[in-house]
Design a protein around this ligand. Structure first.
Ligand code: GDP
Ligand code: MG
Length: 177
């Protein structure tokens, strides 16, 4: 997970947003440290975590920001979005409400962030298929309509987490190159 002396070609700031308890912090823990915790405490203090990876032979430092428990509508400040080139909009596939709030988060994001920001919609907790409340098709359709990438992930089983980050980071990389 990265040599600290490595030369860095790019730093990309990516923000995680979405309702509380959808799994944002665990998605980040999985990506940054390959860790997962079932009783994750509300995020405190830590603003972002980084992981450096290679994209087309260039080293890209992904600086991933987590909301630190400010998930109430409009509580996330503009400083959080400042300089972000990517965003992950996360809902929980077992909680319909978290998906119904996605248009609000998108509106917030579009109000604060750069207009060229790369956005991926993420339906997390795909391991809980028996409790699914949001059909994949609904989310796919919404993402298509809004021009977002879309994946379902499981931070618990490590399904598609790497893919989700790679999708966003590679798209950003292609835009700046
Ligand atoms: P956040 O508030 O969005 O940061 O959510 P957390 O990352 O703190 O996760 C909230 C709860 O959901 C915790 O109990 C996690 O262990 C659990 N959780 C997160 N991701 C997954 C997942 O992919 N599958 C399952 N089954 N639980 C998850
Ligand atoms: Mg959190």
């Amino acid at each position: 997970y990265g040599d600290p002396n490595q030369k860095i070609d790019y730093v990309f700031k990516v923000v995680l947003i979405g309702d509380s308890a959808v799994g944002k912090s665990q998605i980040l823990a999985r990506f940054a440290r390959n860790e997962f915790s079932l009783d994750s405490k509300a995020t405190i203090g830590v603003e972002f975590q980084t992981r450096t990876l290679l994209i087309q032979h260039k080293s890209v430092k992904a600086q991933i920001w987590d909301t630190a428990g400010q998930e109430r509508y409009r509580a996330v400040t503009s400083a959080y979005y400042r300089g972000a080139v990517g965003a992950m909009l996360v809902y929980d596939i077992t909680k319909r409400q978290t998906f119904d709030h996605i248009p609000r988060w998108l509106e917030e994001l579009r109000g604060h962030a750069d207009k060229n920001i790369v956005i991926i919609l993420i339906g997390n907790k795909s391991d809980l298929e028996d409790q699914r409340a949001v059909p994949t098709e609904d989310a796919k359709e919404f993402a298509q309509k809004e021009g977002l990438f879309f994946l379902e992930t499981s931070a618990l089983e490590a399904t598609n987490v790497e893919d989700a980050f790679l999708t966003v980071l590679t798209e950003i990389f292609n835009i700046v190159n």
